[in-house]
Design a protein around this ligand. Structure first.
Ligand SMILES: Cc1cc2nc3c(=O)[nH]c(=O)nc-3n(C[C@H](O)[C@H](O)[C@H](O)COP(=O)(O)OP(=O)(O)OC[C@H]3O[C@@H](n4cnc5c(N)ncnc54)[C@H](O)[C@@H]3O)c2cc1C
Length: 425
């Protein structure tokens, strides 16, 4: 442990109150340290259910909680709403975007990742990704507006383009989005429209790799693909999208006219590695040492989606919430061990399994030796997600919304916000 610069208690600064940063904060309870949590958002976001906000199944407040409220009982924690834009490692201070700086003795970087367009950032306005609450409400708006505009459109080609939804990338988020949009079009919306048959909407899921859900076992991938196709999703495999524009996408040398494109294909780490001039992989993920510290900086830990570290099988630890939480827990224990001048063993990742929902009644779960699919997997998926939500009120609210969708096909959050009918995008 580095010697504190001042005589007072050891100051731990945690940047990012996502899954990793919050877990470190929780696990440091009772330790003889002063904790400061800094986040550029005032809320912790449960990203695994963000696609349900984008597809009008859940409200924004079902999946996000004010950080200050989550830490209200922790009088040892100061919460700051600020954007970190750099680190002065020699002075041991984090630097803020709007000027000013903040001192630390130990720093934990848990700043996550954002979506990446493989060098084509110009595609973003046409093919937004899903990472923040604003992304989710923007997508919800685009999806719902497309149906509204189709209802008023008399030209058949333009109407077809409005009713074509392209999802790029068939990982869990792409699969979940495609399945839910298909159900929205097939089951929820038909009785509400008069001029269009929303069941004719095309939902096209395009993946450059050879299968959907590449992180899952082959048989679960095949099951997921067959299930998506059964609810009307067109699955295109082995084709990379080579252009996105206001009119649609190009893949396999062909243009597909589509007014709604959703990007679920690439991830880029936060700039934490750049702030420190530290080694990183191609996706910008900081390459940390086995104790999750930054090379050359034993006083700086980095965790979660912003880092890369090998797992038990030589593969990198996956960018999922349980991994970020395990790392957060490890760092808290490591800080406590160091304060007691005890050694800190290397981090060991334990993979609990992978889950993805396909539609409102189906899911796939890969626990390694145990694999589940279909309705039973959906119930396990639902219970697991409700369990990991924060607070009884949110658990009840989400469970009720899901039961309502399950039983009545009603999606309560079908609200077009961020503008009136004059705003087209
Ligand atoms: C749409 C979507 C669906 C997902 N589905 C699943 C799933 O089903 N299961 C699963 O396990 N995982 C899922 N994940 C992945 C999971 O959410 C991440 O692995 C997890 O959030 C990583 O945790 P983290 O703490 O590293 O980062 P995050 O949870 O992303 O938190 C990072 C925090 O840092 C803050 N921050 C970033 N930069 C700055 C800055 N410069 N200054 C101050 N604060 C900053 C952010 O505001 C944020 O609060 C999904 C992710 C997405 C986007």
């Amino acid at each position: 442990m580095m010697t504190p610069l001042t005589a007072g208690p050891h100051r731990v600064v945690i940047v990012g109150a996502g899954f990793g940063g919050l877990e470190t904060t929780y696990r440091l309870a009772g330790a003889p340290v002063e904790i400061t949590v800094i986040d550029r958002r005032n809320h912790h976001l449960f990203q695994p259910l963000l696609y349900q906000v984008a597809t009008a199944s859940l409200a924004t407040s079902d999946v996000a909680w004010p950080i200050r409220h989550l830490l209200r009982h922790r009088t040892d924690v100061v919460t700051l709403f600020a954007t970190v834009s750099g680190i002065d490692a020699s002075a041991r201070r984090v630097l803020f975007e709007d000027g000013g700086s903040y001192p630390y003795d130990t720093l934990v970087l848990a700043t996550g990742a954002r979506h990446a367009y493989f060098g084509h950032d110009e595609w973003e306005p046409f093919a937004p990704g899903l990472k923040t609450l604003e992304d989710a409400t923007t997508l919800r708006r685009r999806i719902l507006v497309a149906f509204e505009r189709a209802e008023r459109e008399s030209n058949p080609e333009r109407r077809a383009a409005l009713l074509t939804f392209v999802i790029v990338g068939a990982g869990p988020t792409g699969v979940e989005l495609a399945g839910t949009i298909a159900e929205l079009a097939q089951e929820t919306l038909p009785p509400d429209f008069r001029n269009i048959d929303t069941r004719k909407a095309r939902i096209v899921l395009i993946e450059a790799g050879p299968r959907v859900l590449a992180g899952f076992a082959d048989d679960l991938s095949a099951y997921a693909q067959a299930s998506l196709e059964k609810i009307g999703v067109e699955v295109v495999l082995g084709k990379a999208v080579t252009d996105c524009s206001a009119d649609g996408v190009i893949y396999d040398g062909k243009k597909l006219e589509a007014k709604t494109i959703i990007w679920a294909a690439g991830v880029r780490a936060s700039p934490a590695a750049e702030w420190l001039g530290a080694p990183h992989d191609r996706a910008g993920r900081l390459q940390v040492l086995p104790d999750l510290t930054v090379p050359g900086h034993p006083e700086i830990f980095a965790i979660g989606d912003t880092v890369t570290i090998a797992a038990w099988d030589g593969q990198p630890v996956p960018g999922i919430a349980p991994a970020a939480k395990q790392e957060g827990r490890y760092v808290a224990e490591c800080i406590k061990a160091r304060l007691s001048a005890e050694p800190c063993p290397p981090f060991r990742y334990k993979h609990a399994g992978s889950l993805a929902q396909i539609g409102k009644r189906l899911a796939v779960i890969d626990f390694g030796r145990i694999k589940l699919r279909g309705a039973i997997a959906w119930w396990v998926w639902g219970i697991a997600h409700i369990y990991f939500l924060i607070g009884l009120r949110h658990r009840l609210s989400v469970a009720l919304s899901w039961l309502w969708i399950y039983a009545r096909d009603q999606r309560a959050a079908r609200l077009i916000t961020q503008g009136s009918s004059k705003v087209t995008r």
